[in-house]
Design a protein around this ligand. Sequence first.
Ligand code: LFR
Length: 486
Amino acid sequence: AGELTLAAVDLGASSGRVMLARVGPGRLDLTEVHRFPNRPVRTAGTLQWDVLGLYAGVLDGLRAAGREGDVDGIGIDSWAVDVGLLDADGALLGNPVHYRDARHETAVADVHAVVPPDELYRVNGLQHLPFNTLFQLAAMRGTARFAAARQALLVPDLLAYWLTGARVAEVTNASTTGLLDATTRQWAPGLLDRLDLPRHLLPALVQPGEEIGRLTADVRAETGLGDVPVVAVGSHDTASAVVGVPARGDRFAYVSCGTWSLVGVELEKPVLSEAGRAAGFTNELGVDGTVRYLHNVMGLWLLQESLRTWAAHGLPADLADLLAAAARVPAFTAVVDVDDPRFLPPGDVPARIAQVCAETGQTPPQSQAETVRCIVDSLALAYRRTVRSAEELSGREVDVVHLVGGGARNALLCQLTADACGRPVLAGPVEAAALGNALVQARALGALEGGLGEMRRLLRTTQQLVEYRPAGSAAAWDAAEARIAR
Ligand code: LFR
């Protein structure tokens, strides 16, 4: 097998990237060819994704990729759950609504009245998040837009549709909708019927590695690329990031740390226990039939929103400076439960932290550095709690915690995660999602052989990783946990 040049499109909540990967036996290099901001827009009270802006960024990136040489394949991954609705002509009916929009939640009680939460979990195995696609669609029932809708496409599938003309639902991302049966791994028609969601909304499923289609003539003309296949990858960014975890064997936990921190283990089969539901564990599908048994921890969002709030008030908002200051203030002056749903919507996170501290009888952080320290301590504490629960609930033992994604650059967070979990943390790669995207393409197109183990071996031999050894006492973390016990 030779070497291939692959474009990996990776869209995050705050920016989109087009990366060029050169992959072959013993080789895996990644370079960024284009990066563009992802700015959600609120109109008439609804928070939405500027999906045409994102698509334009993808086209710019593909054009830039083409200038570097021949492109052999394209893969797309992004955040999950959000969908664009298409009408009978295949035209987009408005912008996909952002998962942080408050309206989705209005349907939760209605859905649960028809399918109680425990029953829902036995079918879809999904942690309750108020924005899971089924709640979003249920909240739209009765609207003109919904009446006109013939199909719902998840964001990466929508972009792939515009590139190729083919409409599919890639299965790792489909598993985040709440409408996929966790046991059969097919759409759950019974669930759709009971919730009055037309079955035709959901396109045929495809597996990572299948070709979705080839660039249309229009797109070829616009990008300068040739007859390039768009290959289904783990189109849920977290699925691609878990491919990009450079683990050896199966005794590992991961923290996929970006805007969210997805914390869990990789399994062969779903765990649909009531205890897992109560602990907020999800059974999302991974590449090669794996299960991502994980919990959504609020993640770097808390830092991002704090910086945004401070910048708006004219306060210092340089992350590196604030983290350096946070490393110098004492640990555990205040900790919060980062999964408090009040942290989900955009807004003044520092004020919300102060409020939660007051409610739990703690002195709120008195400075920006203390607020940042509170966030980082609280994230590490949540990782500790979640890794432990994942082990207990799944029976999988964990020797090492892999921290991948942008958070791998945050040395304070990595060290505190090692201390909190009492396990070594292997940090990196930062671009795990783009790497996982490229690896799945490379195998589909014949440049690599084998399973996740071979892909991960290639990651270990080519990517820069940093090890953090655990230090300090478990008792301090236990005491911190007791302060926020729910
Ligand atoms: C991470 C992520 C999470 C998903 C959240 C919302 O980027 O994809 O896995 O729960 O975004 O879609």
